[in-house]
Write a protein that binds this ligand. Structure first.
Ligand SMILES: NC(=O)c1ccc[n+]([C@@H]2O[C@H](COP(=O)([O-])OP(=O)(O)OC[C@H]3O[C@@H](n4cnc5c(N)ncnc54)[C@H](OP(=O)(O)O)[C@@H]3O)[C@@H](O)[C@H]2O)c1
Length: 247
């Protein structure tokens, strides 16, 4: 199962908490070199120190994925440190839910900037290296909300549908370069994500929905599965939920 992970250079955005943090631990435990990006510098620095303390290789770089230069510098740092980039995990995301009629336009902009443009900037930063290497793997994080829409999270769902659309386009275009493309769409997983919803009634609905959330390691196992397949197998879509989740 660990085939194909040892010594891979893996960049993870949104690595300071939740799914990204759990994935960094899981991949480092299997011998990958991890490059951590997020805005909370203290969190990623202490995670990098923890991974190094357990015998792994990890560096941390403060990164706001809404800033394309910062994402480029994150990927450049990976290549400078380790000589290549094997996997780019575009994971950073926010989910401030609210009905459209409340016109939380700044939050709409934020979701588009982080959840969609952040993924595009990750592709822009890593693709030139992967093209040159004639090898690489993009893992883009969508959601069950990338498959289904419901009241209160139209904009979040729109960004996550868009992640799936652009990942499928990417998959088709990068065939000549031997690059793999995986979209992972989690259901409710216990992380800090619900904390980005600020409207009190919506926040209460989200809190209730997350009562059945499963641990972040569920996502990490899906990432391990996708990366550890032999190079000629491209796992394109993984959709998973807690067994108890209806939606
Ligand atoms: N948990 C779930 O139920 C679930 C379900 C489906 C999909 N997802 C998706 O999974 C991904 C990870 O979320 P999570 O559940 O792990 O939530 P989380 O614990 O809130 O983690 C989100 C991560 O994104 C980072 N982030 C937010 N804005 C950023 C920015 N502008 N630049 C760089 N990093 C930024 C955060 O780091 P900083 O604040 O330090 O920057 C944090 O590390 C998201 O794309 C989310 O939409 C989650």
């Amino acid at each position: 199962m660990t085939h194909g992970i040892k010594d891979k250079v893996i960049v993870i955005t949104g690595a300071s908490s939740g799914l990204g943090e759990a994935t960094a631990r899981a991949l480092s435990a299997q011998g990958a070199h991890i490059v951590l990006g997020a805005r909370r510098q203290d969190r990623i620095q202490s995670l990098a120190a923890e991974l190094a303390g357990s015998g792994g290789k990890a560096i941390a770089m403060t990164t706001d994925v809404a800033d394309r230069e910062q994402v480029r510098k994150l990927v450049d740092a990976a290549v400078q440190a380790y000589g290549r980039i094997d996997v780019m995990i575009n994971n950073a995301g926010v989910m401030p839910q609210a009905p459209l009629e409340r016109l939380r336009i700044d939050e709409w902009d934020r979701m588009i900037d982080v959840n969609l443009k952040g993924v595009l900037y990750g592709i822009a930063a890593a693709l030139p290296y992967m093209k040159q290497q004639k090898a690489g793997h993009f893992i883009n994080v969508s959601s069950v909300a990338g498959h289904k829409v419901g009241p209160g999270f139209a904009v979040y769902a729109a960004t996550k549908h868009a992640v799936r659309a652009l990942s499928e386009g990417l998959r088709q275009e990068v065939k000549p370069y031997n690059i793999r493309t995986t979209v992972i769409s989690p259901g409710v997983v216990a992380t800090e994500l619900p904390g980005s919803t600020t409207e009190p009634d919506t926040a209460e609905r989200v809190r209730k929905a997350y009562e059945i959330a499963i641990p972040a390691d569920s996502f990490a196992r899906a990432v391990v599965f996708a990366i550890s397949q032999p190079d000629d197998m491209d796992v394109n879509e993984i959709l998973f939920r807690p067994t108890r989740q209806e939606y």
